[in-house]
Design a protein around this ligand. Structure first.
Ligand code: FAD
Ligand code: FES
Length: 282
């Protein structure tokens, strides 16, 4: 799973102090409604998570209510946005199976058990020009980058890709975060094809290329990020997904499967979900 074209994904290996400690909350549901025609938007009140969350981190949401025994395992969801001044964080999710079907039944005013913020998020260092490549629901892990990068004095360019306009998410948060250019591309009009994007980005960014490219793990965008990273000598970081039972590094169910000598394979929930792309010759 940790292979990208001509290279591999390796842990960022930042010191543990870099990452805020997680907490759990019985978080009141403040908003829960459709997002476009494909996803759902959920706003929870959980001040510690809202204050501590970093771009690319995630929460584990328990879809069973206090008096229910199933589903036992919580579901991982990227933190889409936060409003620390209101003590809230947002998630956007797709209903794909039993857990997310159950999440979708929570009404405003109910409480949901939320644990976070979890995982190693994107690593942004002082002022960088950053390119975001997001596709579909994976975009949720990228949305908070623009605001944090702006606070560091950097600039952000974003490409949001979706099957069709109703499945496009993330533009609102990125605009509020001060994104410099936002390209929204879809399968329906053919603009999301990797060849088209490669030409577009080369022609618009070659003169002033990004130093950092962040993407969400969709294979076509990971390949594009790797290609552009080589072209511009830019660092590439990728957020990947895995089935997770605990999200805390206990169960080892999210092992990346990467072969290693004398050490265990990296865990997606603890060493990731964000990894650095290392070129084969790097
Ligand atoms: C770090 C992280 C962040 C995530 N952020 C979001 C998010 O912001 N929004 C969102 O909609 N989803 C997100 N996901 C995926 C989400 O956790 C799964 O869709 C969810 O757990 C499915 O639960 P379920 O019980 O509804 O479906 P299941 O019944 O468990 O599965 C339904 C289908 O989805 C597939 N699936 C389930 N979990 C995953 C997974 N982790 N990766 C790939 N395929 C999976 C299954 O193989 C199956 O085909 C994230 C996952 C991770 C690991
Ligand atoms: S999900 Fe349990 S160790 Fe990663």
């Amino acid at each position: 799973m940790l292979n990208a074209t001509g290279g591999r994904l390796v842990p960022l290996d930042l010191p543990p102090a870099h990452r805020p400690p997680p907490t759990w909350h019985h978080a009141p549901v403040l908003r829960h409604e459709p997002a476009g025609d494909r996803y759902r938007f959920l706003r929870l009140h959980a001040p510690t998570i809202a204050t501590r969350a970093q771009p690319g981190q995630f929460v584990m949401l328990t879809a069973a209510r206090a008096d229910e025994t199933a589903p036992v395992l919580p579901r991982p969801m990227a933190i889409y946005d936060t409003a620390p001044e209101h003590g809230t964080f947002d998630v956007v999710y797709g209903v794909v199976g039993g857990g997310t079907r159950r999440l979708a039944t929570f009404a405003e005013g109910e409480t949901m058990l939320a644990t976070g913020p979890l995982g190693q998020g994107f690593h942004l260092s002082a002022p960088s020009r950053v390119l975001l490549l997001g596709r579909g629901i994976g975009t949720c892990s990228l949305t908070m980058v623009a605001a944090v990068n702006a606070r560091l004095g950097g600039t952000t360019i974003a490409v949001l890709s979706a099957r069709h306009p109703g499945a496009m998410i993330g533009g609102d948060v990125l605009r509020r975060g001060g994104v410099e250019h936002l390209h929204q591309v879809t399968d329906t009009d053919g603009t999301s094809a990797p060849g088209f994007l490669s030409t577009l980005l080369n022609s618009t960014l070659d003169a002033d290329p990004p130093q950092l490219i962040l993407t969400c793990g969709a294979q076509r965008l990971t390949d594009l990020a790797a290609e552009l990273g080589k072209r511009w000598d830019a660092e590439v970081q990728v957020s990947v997904e895995a089935h997770m039972a605990c999200g805390l590094g206990y169960c080892h169910g999210c092992s990346s499967g990467q072969r290693s000598v004398g050490a265990e394979a990296p865990l997606v929930c603890l060493d990731g979900p964000v990894f650095r792309w290392a070129p084969a010759d790097g």
